[in-house]
Design a protein around this ligand. Structure first.
Ligand SMILES: [Zn+2]
Ligand SMILES: [Zn+2]
Length: 108
């Protein structure tokens, strides 16, 4: 696992980006846009691990509750009644922006 500065997994602000994605501003000023669909797919609970939904129902990717639990994890309550706890470390791993995907900032 990548070693990160503590700031990199501290959430400054959560916001809604359109209807389908969560915006996260991290303590190190990095901005992530995370589609709810990806968050649901990343649910680490046993039920999701055993039977990953290939085509989730619309309610399965619509959060009704988003809440930070301390400074370590994020709780997501979904419209279909499912609940997901993600470590902020895991959340940051889901960022697929050019920088996080490993593309160099400056081409060599
Ligand atoms: Zn789950
Ligand atoms: Zn990123």
């Amino acid at each position: 696992m990548v070693q990160r500065a503590p700031d990199a997994t501290h959430v400054e602000r959560l916001s809604e980006v359109g209807r389908y994605a969560l915006g996260v501003l991290w303590g190190d000023k990095h901005d992530s846009i995370l589609p709810y669909r990806n968050l649901r797919f990343a649910c680490p609970c046993e039920a999701c691990g055993a039977a990953p939904a290939e085509a989730p129902a619309p309610d399965a990717t619509r959060p009704v509750k988003l809440e930070l639990i301390g400074d370590r994890s994020l709780f997501i309550g979904w419209a279909d009644g499912h609940e997901t706890f993600l470590l902020l470390d895991e959340l940051r791993d889901l960022c697929r922006c050019a920088r996080c995907a490993g593309e160099p900032d400056y081409p060599i």
